[in-house]
Design a protein around this ligand. Sequence first.
Ligand code: URP
Ligand code: ZN
Ligand code: ZN
Length: 472
Amino acid sequence: MNKIIRNGTIVTASETYQADILIKKGKIDTIGTALKDEGAEEIDAKGCYVFPGGVDPHTHLEMPFGGTVSKDDFETGTIAAAFGGTTSVIDFCLTEKGKPLSDAVKTWHAKSKDKSVIDYSFHLMISEMNDKVLNELPEIIKNEGITSFKVFMAYKNVFQSDDETLYRTLLAAKDLGALVMVHAENGDVIEYLTKEALSKGQTEPIYHALTRPPEVEGEATGRAAQLTGLANSQLYVVHVSCKEAADKIAEARKKGYDVHGETCPQYLVLDQTYLEKPDFEGAKYVWSPPLREKWNQDALWNALRTGELQTIGSDQCSFDFRGQKDLGRDDFTKIPNGGPMIEDRFSILFSEGVLKGRISLNQFVDITSTRSAKLFGIFPKKGTIAVGADADVVIFNPEVKRKISAATHHMAVDYNAFEGMEVTGEPVSVLVRGEYIIRNKQFVGTPGSGQYMKRAKYGQLSKAADNTITIQ
Ligand code: URP
Ligand code: ZN
Ligand code: ZN
């Protein structure tokens, strides 16, 4: 059924204005005033913002990691994402050395196909670079529309690749039209610091942070940026946690390198002291890179405001406190890294960012949606409110106050890292391709209704795509 959203304030990355939206066949058909369409369902968005659905460029749903598997899968994770205002996710597809890349992609399709309630795509992990991989990549791009590769510079003996692999991936990506993503921490130095800590009996969660200091993130970020410059390629640094790393990205961009950076809600709001919580509670806050000293938060907000960092990912990788995080009760290296973040990404950025004057409303849309859609080849179908775009729409009440809590969240895990935090603003209804997924704060979607998104090559989105907003 066609729908008309009336009385709302439409917000895109560049404009804020009052208009109605007519949705037909899952697409935004018309934007204008006093729109008429007989029989269309009327949606009253009075007092609400009408945002493009969030694009979360960084999730790990049902991912094997640290001797266990992340708890939220494509069903619970994408339902929680939808409650939080996210309508597209790009998840990391893990590959194994010596095995065809296509096997890994098949595994990820099997995990997601009948479960996702929102649209989704995959980034492809590159764990080795050789002729076999090089021969397979063009097929993966053509058949799967996977146009971003991920290289880990940390997690030694698990995911970590060497610099030759990173450099060759950058060269291949330049030729193939893909964006290279890095987890930038110096894994070799972390390994050394970790062994040293354990040999001194330093086993508590706080040592996770102390053995991964900001310098190891800054060094790896700078190294990846320099290699990108040398290869004349393109880079996206995931989960930037500290000033050292943000500065390296800014430095590279000043030199004209095609380098982009993402941060995550946890680094903007939480800090290293959380890892010192008693009774092993610090384990709830174990991420890599780790939470930093509080003063870094200002540096990250500032980098988002000035455009030195461009996006926010959830890095959703959730584990129960009881039964998963506690695998590392006697040894911090055994605590599975990651946290539940997919649901609160949008609200945290609105409440802590827009309402506290750190970023503008239009920057909020750019950071949570538009920029990721552009960088990862799904704009303008996703990431904006424009005629012809998919009707992925969030009707957002900016006034309502609420407390974040595991008791009310929709993620599958037994804690929320922001427990008790008061935020203002909440998605009321969320549509994906014109269909309600969340209606008046109730889930009304269907597992499996999310569609796989084949993505355009990096840099192929024409500038004209920025000018597709038509007001009638
Ligand atoms: O601690 C984190 N970030 N867990 C998820 C995996 C990764 O490194 O992104
Ligand atoms: Zn990572
Ligand atoms: Zn991650």
